[in-house]
Design a protein around this ligand. Structure first.
Ligand code: FNR
Length: 365
């Protein structure tokens, strides 16, 4: 098997994750950068995602005899070096030519979980060549053609996906003005359409998905689980009611997310939704969280409020843009360093200790 082409790669010197956005803007095309950075409407929910972390306060313990904290954990039986996930992002070749190959290699080298989007710019099989042996999940946008859905699920199973993440918050795309101003559209860049005779070109992706995406319902969970024979995790859960209903309908995991503020603007910050959901889930299934994570302390706050795995979206895209797979690893390494410091300073030796940490919040739990 020939080694995939990872393009130009280099480690990225990371001061903090926030500072990567400006640096990435300088190396990504205007339309592509706009697509990654943008949010829906006025960007309130995206802003809230990041700022609501300030309303969570950790109560650090001292004299806990902590030395060299261990942030390794397991998720769905997979051993991870840190409770981190590269959140599923469409079209990673927008950031770097290696696209999902670079993301997969960076995640693998960092020992963290990767999730690949249905709308990826490399096929599942291409990505699997790189992610082989590493923790990997596939994110499904529900196509209206069940045959195409089966094809995606078959490919994901062959790629050794540990779970299927069904994204439920995107029954249509949020209103995102940057794409309009930049005349930018992702269509034509979706590799997973190439391997199946859908009767449509990449440009037809919208019509391939539109109808079925608008009709997502609880019954789908069992249908997908029965066919895929894999755990089904529901992404885009923002209320305890939906979390409970999804679990009762067979969901094997709950993914708390508002899509990085790209869908419904006006929703609360994702971290504000987490405690009430975790309470209702009550450890019946694992919980994934994402939205606005830029600091090690954000990861700790999410774990303390009920998450088992923490997704990071845009910062990994910026790392990929700046250094290919090595840039992805640099971002993960930096975040791990911040997590290490935060664990030591809160008196947490293990991730289990972090999950037991007391936090106060200004919002209702
Ligand atoms: C996304 N997200 C996303 N989610 C998903 O389920 N399928 C997808 O294809 C995409 N595509 C996508 C593209 C881009 C450019 C972004 C920024 C986001 C949402 C993603 O998985 C995650 O929920 C957010 O990115 C988390 O927020 P942060 O970490 O970017 O603040």
């Amino acid at each position: 098997m020939t080694e995939p082409d990872f393009g130009n790669v280099q480690p990225v010197d990371v001061l903090n994750l926030k500072s990567l956005e400006k640096r990435a803007e300088a190396v990504i095309g205007r339309g592509e950068f706009g697509y990654i950075v943008e949010a829906a409407d006025d960007g309130y929910t995206k802003w809230r995602n990041m700022n609501a972390f300030k309303d969570v306060h950790m109560l650090p313990r001292v004299l806990q005899n902590v030395e060299n904290p261990d942030q390794s954990t397991t998720f769905l039986g997979e051993k991870l070096s840190s409770p981190l996930l590269t959140a599923p992002i469409a079209g990673n070749s927008l950031a770097h030519p290696s696209g999902e190959l670079g993301l997969a290699k960076g995640a693998k080298e960092a020992g963290i979980m990767m999730a690949q989007s249905t709308f990826a710019s490399k096929t599942i099989a291409e990505t699997a060549q790189v992610s082989a042996g590493a923790p990997y999940m596939f994110q499904l946008y529900m196509p209206k053609d069940w045959g195409y859905c089966q094809y995606l699920l078959d490919e994901a199973r062959q790629a050794n996906a540990r779970a299927i993440i069904l994204t439920a918050d995107s029954t249509l795309g949020g209103y995102r003005e940057m794409d309009i101003m930049n005349h930018y559209h992702l269509k034509g860049k979706i590799a997973n359409l190439a391997g199946y005779n859908t009767g449509e070109s990449g440009a037809g992706a919208g019509s391939l998905f539109k109808e079925s995406m608008q009709k997502l319902n609880l019954g789908l969970i069992e249908k997908l689980a029965n066919y895929a024979q894999l755990p089904i995790i529901i992404k885009g859960i923002q209320t305890p009611e939906d979390a409970d209903a999804a679990i009762k309908a067979g969901a094997a995991g709950i993914y708390v997310s508002n899509h990085g503020g790209r869908q419904l603007d006006g929703a609360p910050g994702s971290i504000e939704c987490l405690p009430a959901i975790a309470k209702v889930v009550d450890h019946r299934v694992p919980v994934i969280f994402d939205g606005g994570v830029q600091r090690g302390t954000h990861v700790l706050k999410a774990l303390a409020l009920g998450a088992d795995l923490v997704g990071v979206g845009r910062p990994f895209s910026y790392g990929l843009a700046l250094g290919g797979w090595q840039g992805v690893k640099s971002v993960a390494d930096h975040l791990k360093m911040e997590i290490y410091i935060a664990m030591q300073l809160t008196g947490c030796q293990t991730i289990e200790d972090v999950k037991k940490m007391q936090c106060t919040t200004s919002f209702e739990i």
